[in-house]
Every structure is written in C-alpha cells, then in structure tokens.
Design a protein around this ligand. Structure first.
Ligand code: FES
Length: 110
C-alpha cells in the first residue's frame, strides 16, 4: 500500500516541534504532539502567513502574523481572525521515516 510521500526522518521532528515540508508543491506543516505526528496545511486561513513560522503549544499552533490559533490534530480554527479551518493530511510513520498522503483528509470551510 502506498504510504504517501517520504518527507523527513522521525529524528528531525522532536515532540513539541514543527516543520514545513513540501508534498507535490504544497506547503505542509508537520507537528509532533507528544510523540505523534500530524500534518496540516502550513498556510494560515486568514492571510498569507506560514504557521511553521509561528508557535506550537500542545496541539495548538499560533499564526505568527495576527495570532489566529488552529488545532493541528483536527485542523479546526480556534480563534479569530482565522477564516475557517485548515486542511489535514494523513500521516504514516514507518522505518524511522514520516510519510504524508497528498490527498487532503479535510477541506477548509468558510
Ligand atoms: S495571517 Fe494568520 S492570523 Fe492573519
């Protein structure tokens, strides 16, 4: 079964860290929440800012530009001025590598 695109090693993403990777030209935010890896869009739903430049606390990422917050597990927008949720993507960890499925699990909704 195709696991998705090999984006980086598990060792590159420690608990509490996040990182931007590219899957088929799309910016993906990888977040390690207590040892589990999640993938979402790296682009804020408010304007053009990269969430990987922001801050991760638990499962909540804060946008560096105007402070909107998103849950990296569900992609849900948690605070203004977000304009809707962010996409989430499937993640598989195997043989010390992280794979991200290019198909979205959810779509951002207004
Ligand atoms: S661009 Fe992210 S809150 Fe405005």
């Amino acid at each position: 079964m195709h696991k998705g695109d090999d984006v980086c090693s598990v060792a590159e993403l420690k608990p509490g860290e996040m990182k931007c990777v590219f899957v088929e030209g799309t910016r993906i935010l990888l977040s390690n929440v207590d040892g589990k890896v999640y993938a979402t869009s790296d682009v804020c739903s408010h304007a053009l800012a990269y969430l990987s430049d922001g801050w991760l606390e638990g499962s909540v990422v804060e946008c560096p530009l105007h402070g909107a917050q998103f849950d990296v597990v569900t992609g849900k927008a948690l605070s203004a001025p977000a304009n809707g949720d962010i996409e989430t993507y499937g993640v598989t960890v195997a043989d010390g590598r992280i794979f991200v499925a290019s198909a979205q699990l959810t779509s951002a909704k207004g």
